[in-house]
Design a protein around this ligand. Structure first.
Ligand SMILES: Cc1ncc(COP(=O)(O)O)c(C=O)c1O
Length: 370
């Protein structure tokens, strides 16, 4: 490389150590390998929402196609969506910030609040993006193991945090364990941790309670929410966070002005107007989750864990690689999670529609009974 660009060579070399999020396979590659159409692949690997139908979205999208003028930048759509969220959540607009998916908000929080030479803390196992984002900013993330029953070990978490620990990420309900932590444990962390506590509620619509209202009581709380799960907009990227207005205004300052496109914003506005339909689909998922969990537990050698989310975590006495690969050969994608505490290697499966889950269960039965 040109010697004038020595700095760039060093930069590019340093960039090689950065870990990027890269899924192992895509539905398209699996479909190609199997010689089938991608629409035939049963996607139970990313906790997407299959309970709101494609037809439901097609209808709204058609309406939007008439209304939307893409020549203009988004203007009032962000504030309209925030006003709709104010009604939905009964929280003030100054406490709500929108992001291009909650991933973007995690990144913004890290950028604003995690200075150089400071650390973040989180639980293990949990959602991988906290680690990726914190590490990619050149900071360290400290791990604290959950208890064997997947509950929060508050004493261990607090003892591992140092005066340099500025952020604490707690995913509740937790991905991949599926459980929601006790509100008393969350409050204890909020009271005793000397930094900002981020409670990621990506799956909260499937769970018994939300800590959203606690932002009125705790100035160090940020609650992350998303339209990707219960609202079925994973592909359109809208997340939001709830926090004290002081933290909210700091976060807003560094956001790019047009970070979310007009189409996604308008679709989210329409979806909030139809939140009864969303609620009905959440209830249907919960009923199916119960049935799916019970059926999975009946399979010899399988241990499934109760869930407050739209997925189930399970272990099996059979080789997990065989299970994972056999399902993939049948066009069913699930997630190979790896070791979880003392349970050994675990798998995670999204709660799909009954027909999909039955196909999954039949293959599992065949594998585990042979
Ligand atoms: C716990 C958790 N938080 C956040 C996200 C990402 O949400 P978004 O699509 O809003 O970026 C996921 C996605 O699976 C998740 O599991």
């Amino acid at each position: 490389m040109n010697t004038k660009l020595d700095w760039l060579e060093v930069k590019l070399r340093n960039m090689q150590s950065i870990k990027e999020y890269s899924p192992k396979y895509s539905p398209e590659t699996v479909a190609k390998q199997l010689g089938i159409d991608v629409t035939e692949i049963i996607r139970l690997d990313k906790n997407e929402n299959l309970f709101l139908s494609k037809q439901f979205f097609s209808k709204i999208i058609k309406e939007l196609a008439e209304e939307l003028d893409p020549r203009f930048y988004p203007q009032k759509e962000k504030s309209t969506l925030i006003q709709n969220l104010v009604k939905y959540l009964d929280l003030p607009s100054e406490s709500i910030i929108l992001g291009n998916g909650s991933d973007e908000l995690i990144e913004t929080i890290v950028r604003v609040f995690l200075g150089s030479n400071s650390t973040a803390i989180s639980i293990t196992p949990t959602f991988i993006m906290y680690r990726i984002i914190v590490n990619n900013h050149g900071n360290t993330i400290i791990d604290t193991f959950l208890n064997d029953d997947f509950s929060l070990n508050v004493a261990s978490l607090l003892s591992k945090a140092s005066h340099k620990t500025r952020l604490c990420f707690i995913c509740s309900p937790n991905n991949p364990t599926g459980n929601q932590f006790k509100i008393e444990s969350v409050k204890e962390v909020l009271k005793k941790f000397r930094g900002i506590v981020i409670i990621d509620e990506a799956y909260v619509e499937y769970a018994p309670y939300s800590v959203g209202k606690l932002i009125k009581e705790y100035e160090n709380l940020i609650v992350l929410r998303t339209f990707s799960k219960a609202f079925g907009l994973a592909g359109l990227r809208i997340g939001y966070c709830l926090t004290h207005p002081n933290l909210a205004s700091a976060l807003k300052k560094i956001q790019l002005p047009f970070n979310i496109n007009k189409f996604s914003l308008q679709l989210a506005i329409k979806l909030l107007d139809k939140r009864n339909i969303v609620k009905t689909s959440v209830n249907k998922l919960k009923t199916e989750r119960e049935r799916f969990y019970n059926k999975l537990c009946e399979i010899p050698g399988v241990k499934a864990f109760a869930s407050n989310t739209n997925f189930l975590l399970f272990t099996t006495e059979k080789d997990v690689d065989i299970i994972y690969n056999t399902l993939m050969r049948h066009g069913i994608l699930i997630r190979n999670i790896g070791n979880i505490l003392h349970f050994g290697r675990c798998l995670r499966v999204t709660v799909g529609l009954p027909k999909m889950n039955n196909k999954f269960l039949n293959i599992m039965k065949e594998l585990c009974c042979s």
